[in-house]
Structure formats: structure tokens, C-alpha cells
Design a protein around this ligand. Structure first.
Ligand code: KG4
Ligand code: ZN
Length: 347
């Protein structure tokens, strides 16, 4: 515990700018609750998707500038909605990594400046620990140990959560992240950016058994490989250009989801987990949500499929993880910078 026994009256402002969402939230701990149990007083997200769409993907320099433009208003709205004055805050948190360096720097610099101006501690938060803490936003009593599948645009990993801050990496992707595979397949098919939501939508009208795409490394282990699946889609389209995008989307999505669910359940079994959860942008995928829930029920596991707004990037999850970090480690030094390749756990 942080010397002094933590902050009993915490109300924390959290800022998230690691990629293409400018987000701010105000959260407060629930008295007597577990360390991850917080009340979300506000959760504001301003998406840059429209700005990046015409480029077909996130342009880092454009992202940094858009964060700069949006951040003041987003923070103001988060404080207003929460009904909290700056002088009632006990800390300001920001995502310090992983993410795009320029984008991260906007949030980190703003959080440090505000913390200095308001004379409260600054807390740097790991973005992936934020996605993990999204579990506790809705299920603070998640039984330990549990496994969480973290699937985003930059990461795909299965983490065993043995306690707060006590994580073990059970498996990760050896090549592309799952979200990256969705985005690349969508770009190849000319479906636009970001690919995940478009493929999800098209798949609703497609046949998931139309094409049997390879399920990379399905049979064994807890590692993932998605680049072969992406190449398989490209090769198939070259040979069968008449296939509908709906069938391609549904078949590709089925392959990705099969692997994600199979491996997460395998990890749960292997580690004797009492529960399982999913998190990160790809956890917003309809097929993954349904199939994961069914598999957990069949296995008798306590599980959580978080609300979509807590799967994609948001600052409420950063606030929850930030509160825990503040209580556990104390404030982050003002010399703590942005760390683009910050790891959650070492392999
Ligand atoms: O966690 P996130 O919002 O940002 C990162 O930290 O990367 O994840 C973004 C990723 C993108 O690759 C996007 O295509 C994917 O999540 N995604 C989805 C869906 N919604 C977002 N993938 C599949 N189905 C969805 N519905
Ligand atoms: Zn994310």
C-alpha cells in the first residue's frame, strides 16, 4: 500500500489519448468495495474515426493534433457531467502507454499540467491494465483467479489475473493483433476503417460456413496467429472474386472468433480459473460476445461480456486502473513520460 494508507476520498480525473479516441472520465471508489470497484461519474469519448477514415487508418500526426484540439472540451465535459470541481479531485491519471507516442504525449502532458496546477498527484496508467480493469467496472466481485482475453487493434493476449496487479501472460499473438487482422481484411475488401465494426455488421447477413478459412494454431497452445487467416482471405478472393463481402466477412469472423474463444477457454481450464472475461475493442464483436458467453456457460465459468462502451477505448477504465495504481504504488513522478511499448506483463 501507498504510505499513508491510500486516499479515502478519491475522485479521480482520467485521460485517455493512446490512439484515436480522445477520452476523459471521472471515477470514484465505492467505499468498502474491492480495489477495482468504482463509480463512473462521467465517461466522455470523442472519436477521431471520421477524421482518419479518408486515410484508411490512423495517421499518428493527425491523431496527436486532433487530441490537442479536442482534449480541453472533453475534460471540461467530463468534469461538468460528474458535477465535480477541480478542487475536489484527488488525482489526475492518464494513459502513459502502450500507444502512439505523439498521441500519448498529449494526454500525459495535459494530465501532468493539470495535476501540477491543481496540486494533486499524477498517475500514469498502462492502457492494457485499463482494458483489464474494465472487467471490474461491471463485475467488481469477479472471482479470482480469472482469465481475461484482451483483444484490441494493437494487442491480443490471454492474461491470468491472480489478484489486483498480479498478472501472468498465458498467451499472445505471434504476428498481427486480432483487431489489426479485422482492419487489414476490411481494407483489402475496400470496406473502410475501422474494419472490425464493418465486418461485424456485414457478417450479420453472411453465411459463416460459406468459406472454411484456416483457424491459425487452433489445436494446441495459447499463442495466436492471424496473419495466415488474413492472407487466406486475400488468396480466396483472388480465386473467387464472385464471393459476397457478407459471406467473406462472416466466414473470416467465424475463424477469428473460433480461435479466440477456444484458446481463452483452454487457458481458463489450464489455469483453474473461476471466471473469464473479454476486453479491448474486438470484444465489441457480436459473434465473439455470443460465442464466448455460450462457451463459458457450457464450461460452468463465471464470466463477463462488458458493455461495448467499456470494450473500445475509454477513460473510465483508465480511472479504475489509475485509482488502484495510486492506492498500491502511490503517485507517478512528474518525470514519468509516455512509453509507446509499455508492457503489461513480461512474457
Ligand atoms: O481497444 P481499441 O478501441 O483500441 C486499441 O487499443 O487498439 O480497439 C480497436 C480495434 C480496431 O482494430 C477495431 O477494428 C476493433 O477494435 N473493433 C472491432 C469491433 N469494434 C472495434 N473488431 C471486431 N468487431 C467489432 N465490432
Ligand atoms: Zn485499447
Amino acid at each position: 500500500m501507498f504510505a499513508g494508507g491510500g486516499y479515502p476520498e478519491n475522485v479521480i480525473l482520467a485521460i485517455e489519448t493512446s490512439c484515436d479516441e480522445t477520452a476523459a472520465a471521472v471515477v470514484a471508489p465505492v467505499e468498502g468495495g474491492s480495489p477495482g470497484h468504482v463509480r463512473v461519474l462521467s465517461n466522455v469519448v470523442s472519436s477521431q474515426i471520421e477524421i482518419h477514415r479518408r486515410f484508411g487508418g490512423v495517421v499518428p500526426e493527425v491523431a496527436s493534433r486532433a487530441h490537442l484540439d479536442a482534449l480541453e472540451a472533453v475534460v471540461g465535459e467530463a468534469l461538468d457531467t460528474a458535477g465535480v470541481n477541480p478542487d475536489e479531485l484527488t488525482a489526475v491519471a492518464a494513459t502513459q502507454g502502450p500507444g502512439l507516442i505523439g498521441a500519448l504525449l498529449v494526454g500525459v502532458s495535459a494530465a501532468k499540467s493539470l495535476a501540477l496546477a491543481w496540486n494533486v498527484p499524477y498517475v500514469g496508467v498502462n492502457h492494457m491494465e485499463g482494458h483489464l480493469f474494465a472487467t471490474f467496472l461491471e463485475k467488481p466481485d469477479m472471482p479470482l483467479p480469472f482469465v481475461v482475453l484482451l483483444v484490441s487493434g494493437g494487442h491480443t493476449m490471454i492474461v491470468q489475473v491472480r489478484g489486483f496487479g498480479d498478472y501472468r501472460l498465458m498467451g499472445a499473438t505471434v504476428d498481427d493483433a486480432a483487431g489489426e487482422a479485422f482492419d487489414k481484411v476490411a481494407r483489402y475488401l475496400g470496406l473502410g476503417y475501422p474494419g472490425g465494426p464493418v465486418i461485424d455488421r456485414l457478417a450479420q447477413d453472411g453465411d459463416p460456413t460459406a468459406v472454411r478459412f484456416p483457424r491459425g494454431m487452433l489445436q494446441q497452445g495459447l499463442e495466436f496467429s492471424f496473419s495466415g487467416m488474413k492472407t487466406a482471405v486475400i488468396n480466396y478472393v483472388r480465386r473467387h472474386p464472385e464471393t459476397s463481402n457478407e459471406d467473406l466477412a462472416a466466414s473470416f469472423q467465424a475463424a477469428v472468433v473460433d480461435v479466440l474463444v477456444t484458446k481463452t477457454l483452454r487457458a481458463a481450464k489450464k489455469s483453474g480459473a473461476r471466471g473469464a472475461a473479454i476486453g479491448g475493442g474486438v470484444a465489441a464483436n457480436s459473434q465473439l460476445r455470443t460465442q464466448f458467453a455460450e462457451a463459458c456457460e457450457a464450461a460452468g465459468l463465471d464470466y463477463l461480456v462488458p458493455d461495448r462502451s467499456f470494450c473500445t477505448d475509454n477513460a473510465a477504465m483508465i480511472g479504475a486502473a489509475g485509482l488502484w495504481r495510486l492506492q498500491h504504488d502511490g503517485p507517478t513522478g512528474f518525470d514519468g513520460g509516455a512509453i509507446p511499448s509499455l508492457a503489461l506483463v513480461s512474457p
